[in-house]
Design a protein around this ligand. Structure first.
Ligand SMILES: NC(=O)c1ccc[n+]([C@@H]2O[C@H](COP(=O)([O-])OP(=O)(O)OC[C@H]3O[C@@H](n4cnc5c(N)ncnc54)[C@H](OP(=O)(O)O)[C@@H]3O)[C@@H](O)[C@H]2O)c1
Length: 274
């Protein structure tokens, strides 16, 4: 979003881990000031935390939180979607776009709980929205007007990289994009533990591991090279890296990651909405 553009008024319903990541990401983008956002959470403690931490208005009732909203992010657990949607439903204006980030909850389910013709965009983001390096996969419902979709994607783009996919890929996105940071945190923690084993303090080992992970990811994105080619550039013939790679292959780490993402994606399809 360009500086001269007036920020699209955003409300976040469900200010837990992801709701907070969205609020923090939008504020740190510089395009949003606290007054451009509102949040609502069922928990008074959470409301107080968000308003004290970010200066964002967190009213006691959902209708006050939706006043002026052009985009409403619904960021509650799948099991709480029905009650959250029913609570926001009477307060939506026809032009308001509802963005659902709930894992495994189809657009049709969201639409069933909202007024006819509500414009819904289903998004699978991840926690890195907080530092504006999120990956956000989205599917708009057929009812979303193109100018509203543009507006929504501009806001999502402030939180990271956006990719539009058909809804049939949203559960896969849950396994890869939504859950993915947890797998990478496990890798970073394990690399750091290796540093600790060799005598480094954990905080220093974590810096080494995290920056190495960041740099490797950036190389893939910025050079456009296949990761296998980049791997070969690191692995000198007869050198140290290939010894490490052999260890990972013998322990089937690659298969374990493929399986982890597949299992998480399958689970997304089985999540209970009630
Ligand atoms: N965490 C992630 O990394 C991640 C990534 C991608 C997508 N998601 C999706 O994001 C959604 C939120 O996940 P989360 O991890 O942020 O969960 P969370 O930390 O539990 O946050 C949800 C918040 O919503 C509140 N809430 C429950 N019912 C509500 C209602 N009717 N109205 C307003 N607030 C309500 C909860 O309060 P109580 O705790 O008091 O119930 C809680 O504070 C989920 O659908 C998840 O699938 C999460």
């Amino acid at each position: 979003m360009e500086e001269r553009d007036k920020p699209v008024k955003v409300s976040v319903v469900g200010a837990g881990k992801m709701g907070e990541a969205i609020i923090a990401g939008l504020l740190s983008s510089g395009a949003y000031k606290p007054g451009d956002l509102k949040a609502y959470d069922i928990s008074p403690l959470r409301r107080r935390y968000i308003s004290e931490t970010y200066g964002v208005e967190c009213p006691e009732t959902v209708d006050e939180a939706l006043e002026d909203a052009e985009i409403v992010f619904v960021a509650v657990k799948p099991k709480d979607m029905a009650s959250a949607l029913s609570a926001i439903s009477p307060h939506l204006r026809p032009e308001t776009v509802v963005v659902s980030i709930a894992a495994g909850v189809p657009i049709s389910y969201v639409e069933e709980h909202l007024p006819e013709n509500t414009q819904v965009v289903r998004v699978m983001p991840n926690l890195a929205c907080r530092v504006r390096e999120g990956m956000l996969v989205y599917t708009p419902s057929t009812r979303v007007k193109s100018e509203n979709l543009d507006k929504t994607v501009r806001v999502l783009g402030l939180l990271g990289r956006t990719v539009r996919l058909g809804e049939e890929y949203l559960n896969l996105a849950t396994g890869l994009v939504g859950s993915g940071p947890a797998y990478i945190y496990l890798v970073i923690d394990a690399l750091a533990d290796a540093g600790v084993r060799m005598g480094l303090p954990k905080d220093l080992a974590l810096t080494l591991a995290a920056q190495t992970t960041l740099g490797a990811a950036k190389m893939v994105l910025e050079t456009g090279e296949h990761p296998a080619k980049l791997k070969d550039m690191v692995a000198t013939p007869g050198g140290t890296t290939v010894e490490g790679l052999l260890e990972l292959e013998e322990r089937a780490v690659r298969a374990a990651f493929i399986s982890a993402v597949s299992k998480a994606a399958e689970k997304a399809g089985r999540l209970k909405t009630r």
